[in-house]
Design a protein around this ligand. Structure first.
Ligand SMILES: Nc1ncnc2c1ncn2[C@@H]1O[C@H](COP(=O)(O)OP(=O)(O)O)[C@@H](O)[C@H]1O
Ligand SMILES: [Mg+2]
Length: 503
């Protein structure tokens, strides 16, 4: 279990503060920053920023911190910004990035310690007894302040959703501005949990003054079933509903429309599937594929002989077709490869053909990454543990023969929310509806594209350079869900331009 130490975070913040910014905000990010300003000013009480994959949601909070936070910290009295995110990692990252902005504006370590608080179950002040940060020697007591209670001086708190911030308030703030980041899956009550007790006792006085939600309802997957059964609304969906009902959506809702992760044109399928064609990509596949292209083309014979050594016969027709296909895709700067297979078998969440192909393809990229020395990341991601675990098992068994070469990562799509990788190998889950096949009780649960169409969006939006989809896209197109249909339609329309289909 990773522990996040705040002294490391502060050191990193001082390093970040020295860095020159390489880019400027885009138009939609400026609008979102403006929205955040207006909520903290009290002009709006509720607003939302919808951030599709890799569009820079946290960068918006960072931009706010750069432009407005120093004044907020020194001038506002009795007001607090409460930044909430679902994981310790996200909280720690935000703490670093936002502290760096304050440091840039001349805040020293002592003033940071007095205005910032950070709470998370895996967040600790420091490991050693002493530490030097920004040429000041600090002891454990100094850093303990960051996790201590909230007194009059504190202006910004970073906390995970589960932390009970209310019990740490020594003074009663006049206004609390909640910023809920990555809130796509947050239920309505959880963001308020820290304050819930006090709100219940004294609703008028304790109701948070403003609420800004950042997330993307189109990526809300693995929402616990209880929420649906108990009718607990998700925070972002509720926010959208409230804004719509009050005719405020056009003023209080901004969608970030440019992804910095997905290379053009591989954002196109999900853009049309999930965002009415409004999502664009900042980087081209040409620039993103350069390293991978060299890595594969320069090492193709080493890769195939290594595959042979691992028991994958590179001369077999199947493997040769795949290797040639990947070569063709990267030489023509195509960022999506679709490897067509039989439809997923009924009654199982394991599919031999997909596992085998995913193993071969991931290995090719991992070997290229190793041999070239560029060490780009390769991740296999599928919706079922059965597939992911089998691939991981194959990696562990076969990669023994490769000596120091590390096995690629294999994880479920559900655990990859928010994550990314240079190369993604994505075996699809069941592409059909339970009603299309003979009934099997487990089917209802495992045909998750039907249950959660957003899953396809998450699976198709994790790559920075290239994605290989393995499955039966013809079958997927038959789903009645429009978002899925549109995504697959566009995927196939890109053939020759952004998609290479190997069947
Ligand atoms: N305007 C921009 N131009 C170039 N890169 C950007 C811009 N805004 C954000 N980025 C980069 O995009 C990446 C994702 O940003 P981040 O704010 O962490 O996204 P999110 O919070 O939505 O996951 C970061 O590496 C960030 O530096
Ligand atoms: Mg973020």
């Amino acid at each position: 279990m990773a522990i996040y130490y705040l002294d490391d975070g502060l050191k990193e913040a001082f390093r970040l503060a020295k860095r020159k910014e390489k880019w400027a905000l885009l138009e939609s990010q400026k609008k979102a920053t403006e929205l955040m300003k207006k909520t903290v000013d009290g002009e709006l009480s509720l607003a939302a920023v919808q951030g599709p994959p890799g569009t820079g949601k946290t960068s918006v909070v960072e931009a706010f911190a750069k432009e407005e936070l120093p004044d907020f910290v020194t001038q506002s009295e009795n007001e607090l910004i409460l930044y909430i995110a679902p994981t310790n990692h996200l909280v720690y990252e935000a703490f670093k990035r936002i502290s760096a902005q304050l440091i840039k504006k001349g805040f020293d370590i002592q003033s940071l310690l007095s205005v910032v608080r950070v709470y998370g179950s895996k967040i600790k002040p420091m490991k050693e007894k002493e530490v030097i940060i920004g040429d000041k020697k600090l002891e454990r007591d100094d850093l303990n302040r960051l996790v201590s209670n909230v007194d009059n001086n504190v202006r910004i708190i970073f906390a995970t959703e589960f932390q009970r911030v209310s019990s740490r308030l020594e003074v009663e703030p006049k206004r609390i501005h909640i910023v809920a980041d990555e809130a796509s899956k947050s239920p309505y009550f959880r963001v308020f949990l820290p304050l819930a007790e006090k709100i219940a006792k004294n609703p008028e006085e304790y109701y948070p003054y403003t609420l800004l939600v950042l997330g993307d309802p189109q990526q809300a997957i693995t929402v616990p079933e209880e929420f649906t059964i108990m009718d607990v609304p998700l925070l972002m969906k509720l926010t959208e509903r409230v804004l719509k009902e009050n005719d405020l959506k056009k003023d209080c809702w901004v969608m970030l429309d440019t992804t910095f992760r997905l290379p053009r044109p591989s954002e196109d399928p999900i853009s049309h599937g999930f965002y009415r064609g409004k999502l664009h990509a900042h980087y081209t596949s040409r620039e993103r594929l350069e390293i991978i292209k060299d890595s594969i083309l320069d090492n193709i014979s080493r890769i195939t002989s290594a595959l042979d050594k691992a028991g994958v016969r590179a001369t077999s027709l199947d493997v040769k077709k795949i290797v040639d296909g990947i070569e063709e895709a990267i030489t023509s700067n195509i960022p999506i490869v679709v490897v067509k297979t039989r439809p997923f078998k009924s009654g199982d969440t394991y599919d031999e053909e997909r596992v085998k192909k995913a193993f071969i393809i991931s290995s090719i990229f991992q070997l290229a990454s190793h041999f070239s020395g560029y060490s780009f990341s390769v991740t296999t991601t599928a919706p079922y543990c059965d597939i992911v675990d089998s691939i991981a098992f194959k990696f562990h068994r076969r990669f023994h023969n490769f000596g120091s070469i590390r096995a690629p990562r294999a994880v479920t799509v559900q655990s990859l929310i928010g994550g990314e990788s240079d190369v993604i190998v994505a075996p699809l889950g069941k592409e059909w509806l339970p009603s299309e096949i003979r009934y099997h009780p487990s089917e209802e649960f495992t045909t998750i594209y039907a249950r959660e169409p957003e899953l396809l969006n998450v699976q198709m939006s994790r790559h920075r350079s290239l994605m290989v989809v393995i499955g039966n896209t013809d079958r997927l197109m038959n789903q009645r869900e429009r978002r899925i249909q549109r995504t697959v339609e566009r995927l196939e329309e890109l053939e020759g331009k952004g998609t290479l289909i190997i069947s």
